[in-house]
Design a protein around this ligand. Structure first.
Ligand code: F6R
Length: 243
C-alpha cells in the first residue's frame, strides 16, 4: 500500500487527478471506477479543467460508479446519477452512454445487480478506481458487518452513514435507508485503486486501514490484500496517526 501525505484538499485533488491523467493517457479507452460524496469533488473539478485544456480526452473512456441510493431517480438532486452528471459528465467530452451508475429505481433489483456485475466483466474490468472512505470504514456502501458481500447487492445503510449523509438532505428522514452498491469483490478486482481521505472524521478508519489488520468491522481494511492501492491523506490525519 502506498501512502501519500498531502498538505490539503487542493493538493489531494491535484495528485489524484494526475493519476487519472496518466491512466487515460496510457490507455485512451480506460474504464474508470468513480465515487460520489464530498471527497472526489475537487478531483472532478481538476479533470474538467484538464479536459478543457486538452490534457486529457474522455472520448473513448467508460465510467462505472460504485453505488446509488434506492428509490432516487436521475432527476433527484440527491441521486448519485444527478451528482455525477452535474459534477463531471456534463462538463467533459465523455459519451453519456458510456457512463454507468446503478439504477436506484430498477424494477428488478436482483437483475440490476447481476447486470451491473456482468457489465463490469464485459468492459474487461476497472482500470482505475477512486474511493472515499466512511468514518466507519465503509468503501462504496459496503458497511461494517459480520461478513462482506463480494458482488453488487442491495444494502441497508448504517445509522452512522445515514447521519453523515443527512448533510446533503433537507432532513435526516429524507435519507434513503438502502443503497445498491458494488461489492468488495468488484473493488478488489480493480487494477489500481486510489483511496482519498481528509479531515478528523476519517482518522480512526484510516488508522485501522494502515495498521494492516483485516476486519469486517472496517471494510476498507480488506484493501491491505490488494496489490496496487494508493492512500492519499491530508496532514491533519497524518499527524493524528503519526505518519
Ligand atoms: C460514495 C461512496 C461512499 C463515500 C464515503 C465518503 O460513492 O461510495 O463510500 O466515498 O461515504 O463520503 P465523503 O467523501 O462524503 O466523506
Amino acid at each position: 500500500m502506498n501512502l501519500v501525505v498531502v498538505k490539503d484538499y487542493n493538493e489531494m485533488s491535484n495528485v489524484s487527478a494526475n493519476i487519472f491523467k496518466n491512466t487515460i493517457n496510457q490507455k485512451s479507452n480506460s474504464v474508470l471506477g468513480l465515487a460520489t460524496g464530498s471527497t472526489p469533488i475537487g478531483l472532478y473539478k481538476r479533470l474538467i479543467e484538464m479536459n478543457n485544456n486538452k490534457e486529457i480526452d474522455f472520448k473513448n473512456v467508460t465510467t462505472i460508479n460504485l453505488d446509488e441510493y434506492i428509490g432516487l431517480d436521475e432527476k433527484n438532486p440527491q441521486s448519485y446519477r444527478y451528482f455525477m452528471d452535474n459534477n463531471l459528465f456534463n462538463y467533459i467530452n465523455i459519451k453519456k452512454e458510456n457512463t454507468f451508475v446503478p439504477n436506484g429505481r430498477a424494477k428488478n433489483f436482483d437483475l440490476e445487480c447481476k447486470n451491473y456485475d456482468k457489465r463490469i466483466q464485459e468492459l474487461g474490468g476497472i482500470d482505475l478506481q477512486v474511493l472515499g472512505i466512511g468514518a466507519n470504514g465503509h468503501i462504496a456502501f459496503n458497511e461494517p458487518s459480520e461478513y462482506l458481500i463480494s458482488q453488487t447487492h442491495i444494502t441497508n445503510l448504517t445509522k452512522s452513514t445515514i447521519e453523515a449523509n443527512s448533510r446533503f438532505f433537507n432532513s435526516i428522514n429524507d435519507v434513503p435507508k438502502q443503497a445498491i452498491t458494488m461489492g468488495i469483490g468488484q473493488i478488489m478486482n480493480t487494477k489500481k485503486i486510489i483511496l482519498m481521505a481528509t479531515g478528523k472524521d476519517k482518522v480512526k478508519a484510516i488508522r485501522e486501514l494502515l495498521e494492516g489488520n483485516i476486519t469486517t468491522k472496517n471494510p476498507a481494511t480488506i484493501l491491505n490484500l490488494h496489490k496496487n492501492v494508493t492512500v492519499i491523506i491530508d496532514e491533519l490525519i497524518a499527524r493524528e496517526i503519526n505518519r
